[in-house]
Design a protein around this ligand. Structure first.
Ligand code: ADP
Ligand code: ASP
Ligand code: MG
Length: 446
């Protein structure tokens, strides 16, 4: 069971989580993977930036209200007189964070390493706090430090788990703990490299942690508890009429997650698919509502789409070169540039003499463009959004693409990609048009 940040925002939220864990653990042993309390990750990352820019005192000051939020929850459930253990934990975190922020200011360790060490305190504290809250309700549990269980490479900020080492470690640690306690609690998002240095799995990575653990212990089910009822027909923040999708295939869920449906981390599905574990997405605020089940095959509804995802802040790169005409090796040269600068390409479309592709991470854009200019003319355009229409129904559809595009006939479409995955149709529009395009499609299809 993974509980996201909004599910552990305050006293009422912790109370709801404890209720849900209590009712499930009566029936089955459970592993609870928890995110940092709402806004804590953002605050820690901002504190790191402040310290990096010389504002150490400001950085320290921004953290204090969040320490207090943790204490409030602790006091509420355990009583003011019984906060000792957690207070020690908190004081340790405070001291460690001020040391890490000072090192950030002085650049005394590599910055990406410091950033992960700092941001990990969100999950370190929330998981300890949840243990105490459960304990106060008579739910016996065991805390496990995710950093001793999930082993990753050295890519701080977006570390890749080393499965061959993680699986046996996670399996034995969790099974040993479950042998004498019915509930195991751990923080999501955080891990460690082989040297034992703290790493993180990327923003929203607690979903991924939970999936890794579920897969390692061959869980019967993976439950993602969040602030909406399942995966919906589109982001409810864009379209209030969005509805819950009862069943999704792994492939559909993966496409949606990859193209911006924030409810699932893009990497979540892979470990679940590999171990054929069904994934359920549920609402912490309305636990009785049936959310979404994600399973191997969702059943194809011909010519029906399931959901519309989108991702903003997209940059388009167009590379045009006469050298491409009838030549081999050109694409390979293009891809090598992205490989060299560790830049991920999202959508791609090609013609005889040009390639257009989209990026959502532009950290190395200048260097990428400089290298690409050796291959041809390069145009860079920012301010776009990727819209991704997903459904098994697209597999063998006739006229569906026509219906999609006629719905947005008056909008300029910068790039289209279809066919690489049988279950999605992806196109790129100006960011300002995204909300309009999504609502129109939603009205037309749902
Ligand atoms: P958590 O803190 O539980 O991990 P997130 O904020 O990461 O929660 O993800 C939940 C949010 O994802 C929802 O509040 C919703 O706004 C957003 N979202 C985007 N697309 C979808 C979708 N298709 N279905 C449901 N939620 C979506
Ligand atoms: N706390 C982390 C984040 O906000 C991980 C997560 O919530 O999944 O990105
Ligand atoms: Mg999330």
């Amino acid at each position: 069971m993974k509980f996201g940040g909004t599910s552990v925002g305050d006293v009422a939220a912790f109370d709801r989580v404890a209720g849900i864990v209590a009712s499930q653990s009566e029936r089955n042993p459970v592993v609870v993977v928890v995110s940092a309390m709402t806004k804590v990750t953002d605050t820690l990352l901002a504190a790191f930036d402040l310290a990096k820019n010389g504002k150490y005192d400001d950085a320290i000051e921004t953290l204090e209200p969040h320490f207090q939020r943790h204490l409030e929850v602790k006091e509420h459930f355990c009583g003011a007189g019984k906060i000792g253990g957690f207070l020690t934990e908190l004081q340790f975190a405070r001291a460690e964070l001020s040391d890490l922020l000072m090192r950030t200011l002085r650049r005394s360790l590599p910055l990406p390493m410091l950033r992960d060490a700092i941001v990990s305190y969100g999950e370190q504290l929330s998981s300890r706090l949840l243990c105490d809250v459960l304990e106060s309700k008579g739910i016996e549990n065991e805390h496990l430090d995710a950093r001793r269980i999930i082993v990753t490479d050295d890519e701080f900020g977006a570390a890749q788990p080393i499965w061959g080492e993680t699986k046996p470690l996670a399996c034995s640690a969790v099974r040993n703990a479950l042998a004498y306690k019915n509930v195991v609690v751990m923080g999501g998002f955080i891990a460690a490299n082989r040297a034992g240095e703290t790493t993180t799995l990327g923003r929203g990575g607690s979903d991924y942690s939970a999936a890794l653990i579920a897969s390692a212990i061959e869980a019967d089910e993976l439950q993602i508890w969040t602030d909406v009822t399942g995966v919906m027909t589109c982001d409810p923040r864009i379209c209030p009429e969005a509805r819950t999708i009862p069943v999704l295939s792994y492939e559909e869920a993966a496409e949606l997650a990859y193209f911006g449906a924030k409810v699932l981390h893009p990497k979540t599905i892979k470990p679940a698919v590999d171990s054929s574990i069904p994934v359920r997405v549920c609402n912490t605020f309305y636990p009785e509502e049936t959310g979404t089940m994600i399973v191997g095959i969702s059943g194809e509804a011909p010519n029906k789409i399931k959901s519309i995802a989108h991702k903003k802040n997209i940059t388009i790169l167009r590379i045009t070169s006469a050298r491409m005409l009838g030549a081999y090796g050109f694409m390979s040269a293009v891809f090598q540039v992205f490989d060299r600068h560790r830049t991920v390409i999202d959508v791609i479309s090609t013609s005889e003499v040009s390639v257009a592709l989209t990026l959502d991470n532009t950290e190395s854009l200048d260097r990428v463009v400089e290298d690409l200019r050796r291959l041809g003319d390069v145009e860079v355009e920012s301010g776009y959004a990727v819209i991704c229409v997903v459904g098994e129904g697209l597999r063998a559809s006739t006229g569906l693409a026509a219906k999609i595009f006629s719905t947005v006939a008056d909008v300029n479409i910068a790039l289209v990609s279809h066919g690489a995955s049988a279950v999605n149709l992806t196109f790129v529009v100006k960011e300002n048009d995204a909300a309009k395009v999504i609502s129109r499609l939603h009205n037309a299809f749902f």
